[in-house]
Design a protein around this ligand. Structure first.
Ligand SMILES: O=C(O)CCC(=O)C(=O)O
Length: 275
């Protein structure tokens, strides 16, 4: 099955990412938005999932939800079939299995990400492909992703997942602005970064990460390891920012950091489903 145009395939090979404009029906985007709103509600109460919060200049906000696949059958079916399964099989050369799933909400004032490669945080298999599914427009102003111009095949020198200054000095970057309905597939070695959301609207993006089925179903192992790492290290990284990943790449501030703005939102920093 040929899902990419020759130009898109060329971009994938040369850059390690590819944008598919308007690949999803608007009804699918509407359903996904409703499901993500349901998951966000879980973060405010006793709902399942793994949720991370950050301090913004407008008060504490949800930054990320993860590990919702076992608890939301409708979004699980979307993540495991349809165009995503077809595209991933095409890019990987074999069927894909889900490795992890997350929503980055990036509310106004929400933090950006230091340049990194996801591969340094994704253990247990040496290669992954992620699909970004936008629910809102992501622009330069609202903190879209920027990808490095050249494909990378291995890990770059880094400190806690942050790519070294020496490499960054020669890097060239391209913003990838997206609208709901678009899909962006990217390789786990593709260097990327993003800025603070300086707009007045949320910039919610779902990120779904997969590995080749021949490497095994590693999702539960990944989340068991991630929970253990957070229990050992806490949820503030060596850089002093909120730790949301094994990479210390997120630039959001902890919610208990004193600011001029009084908290107007739940103050819990992270909650883990017991399941
Ligand atoms: O959502 C963003 O702005 C960047 C996300 C990212 O790079 C990550 O979660 O690893």
């Amino acid at each position: 099955m040929k899902l990419l145009t020759p130009k898109q395939r060329e971009q994938w090979e040369a850059r390690g990412f590819v944008l598919l404009p308007q690949a999803l029906e608007s009804e699918t985007v509407r359903e996904l938005t409703r499901w993500v709103e349901e998951i966000e509600v879980w973060s405010r109460g006793d709902g399942p999932g793994l949720h991370h919060f950050e301090q913004t200049d407008r008060g504490p906000r949800i930054a990320r939800s993860e590990n919702f696949d076992p608890h939301h059958p409708a979004i699980s079916a979307f993540m495991r079939g349809g165009i995503l399964a077809d595209m991933l099989a095409d890019l990987l050369g074999e069927p894909a299995v889900l490795f992890k799933e997350k929503i980055n909400y990036k509310y106004p004032g929400g933090g950006g990400f230091f340049p990194h490669q996801d591969a340094s945080a994704y253990h247990f298999a040496d290669h992954h492909i992620s699909c970004m599914v936008p629910l809102d427009s992501a622009t330069v102003e609202s903190g879209c992703l920027w990808f490095a111009s050249d494909r990378q095949e291995g890990l770059l020198p880094n400190q806690d997942g942050r790519i070294s200054e020496a490499w960054l000095r020669q890097a060239r970057w391209e913003p990838v602005e997206v609208t709901p309905g678009d899909l962006v597939f990217f390789d786990s070695y593709a260097p990327h970064k993003s800025d603070t959301n300086r707009s007045d609207s949320p910039r919610r993006l779902i990120y779904l990460t997969y590995n080749a089925a021949s490497k095994g179903d590693l999702r539960e192992t990944y989340y068991r390891d991630k929970r253990a790492q957070f229990e050992a290290a806490g949820d503030e990284g060596p850089s002093g920012h909120v730790l949301m990943s094994i990479n210390d790449d997120f630039l959001g501030l902890p919610v208990d950091r004193p600011t001029a703005t009084p908290p107007a939102h739940p103050t819990q920093k992270r909650r883990t489903s017991s399941s």
